[in-house]
Design a protein around this ligand. Structure first.
Ligand SMILES: [Zn+2]
Length: 354
């Protein structure tokens, strides 16, 4: 099997690594595999029970960050189910039979789009009460291929593959747009609660604005030469575009073969040449090989960045989109020689009122 490759900006192709623990990529962390329901502090009255016939919209979604964003807008006046369990690789997720049943009772599906959840989308088309009620956040947020404003194609999502980098939600300003689109779609389907959804949106947007401003302040504490990312999973492209950082590489395997000794040596040389101070893995994509390469290259290795799984379990107050971003920023800025003082002040709990 061949590895696919990550491409450096204007530099030769960077090898893609795989790992001795290849099977871990198939399943992600897996153990947290059932925590897809929108519950937890700040979401006390939200229900994920689609069986109740109480006039509330049944809203299905996919990954945990989207579940959190939608909960912040829909609050207690919708039923909400996230289909893709926390800690599972959303890019390769195969729907379960229970997903078809959930979708058959859903009034609408709000998904990321940009080819992230293709199998779930196919299932929704055949099972949703009204197959027209599939809403795609990424496509509604961006259009076109303008590298300044449109979809990005990069290391693990090359243009020739046809699927753009889907990780718009890692940019808090796009998350705000996602929340506003959610507000609009919920209101169209449930006009009597439009004012409630708007009020919730305004509260959530205010915290996202605070997060955005905090990132802009705290990133100034990171030495300019360190404002570059070498990550395992290619999820920081839009964030980097927003905040003026450089993603110098993403080390994402497309299969499970082992890199050659030369490929490993090339990557170590890359880390040294670029003076990369830290290499970032993620909990969903553990990589012993990346860890070893970071060490050889003289970089520290950090494996806790997340783009799919909010921290803690579903009862944890940090188990939110905001909690995930705050924790990521704390890890990233500190590892690269800065601080996260302002980011740490951002309240992470769900903001929706009951
Ligand atoms: Zn991802």
């Amino acid at each position: 099997m061949r590895l696919s490759f990550a491409v450096l900006h204007g530099l030769p192709r960077l090898l893609l690594l795989t790992t001795a623990l290849g099977v871990a990529f198939l399943t992600g962390c897996g153990e947290q595999g059932t925590s897809s329901e929108a519950v937890g502090p700040g979401a006390s009255s939200a229900s994920s029970d689609f069986k109740r016939d109480d006039g509330k919209l049944n809203v299905a979604t996919t990954i945990a960050p989207l579940t959190s964003i939608i909960l912040n807008v829909g609050g207690s006046r919708i039923h909400l189910r996230g289909l893709i369990p926390d800690g599972v690789d959303s890019h390769t997720y195969e729907p379960r039979p229970s997903d078809a049943e959930i979708l058959s009772r859903a009034d609408l599906l709000i998904m990321n789009g940009a080819h992230l959840e293709g199998t779930t989308e196919a299932l929704a088309k055949t099972n949703l009460k009204d197959p027209k009620k599939i809403y795609r956040l990424a496509e509604a947020t961006l259009s076109g291929d303008d590298p300044e404003t449109g979809f990005l194609y990069d290391f693990s999502f090359p243009k020739e593959g046809g699927a753009p980098n889907p990780h718009l939600w890692m940019d808090p300003l796009y998350a705000m747009k996602y929340a506003d689109l959610t507000r609009q779609w919920l209101s169209e389907n449930d006009p009597k609660n439009a004012d409630y959804y708007r009020a919730n949106y305004e509260k959530f947007a205010a915290v996202l604005r605070q997060l955005d401003e905090a990132i802009r302040k705290d990133q100034l504490t990171v030495p300019t030469a360190n404002r570059k990312l070498l990550t395992y999973h290619d999820s920081w492209a839009y964030w980097a575009r927003e905040y003026g950082w450089t993603v110098i590489g993403a080390v994402q395997p497309s299969d499970f073969s082992e890199p050659s000794a030369k490929e490993v040596a090339d990557l170590i040389g890359q880390i040294k040449r670029e003076r990369v101070p830290a290499v970032f893995g993620s909990e969903v994509f553990p990589s012993k090989t990346l860890q070893a390469i970071a060490k050889e290259g003289g970089a520290t290795f950090e494996d806790q960045l997340s783009d799919d799984a909010p921290p803690g379990d579903v009862r944890d107050v940090r188990h939110t989109y905001l909690g995930m971003l705050v924790e990521d920023m704390q890890i990233m800025f500190k590892r690269l020689g800065g601080s996260a003082i302002e980011v740490s002040k951002v309240p992470v709990a769900n903001t929706a009122t009951d």
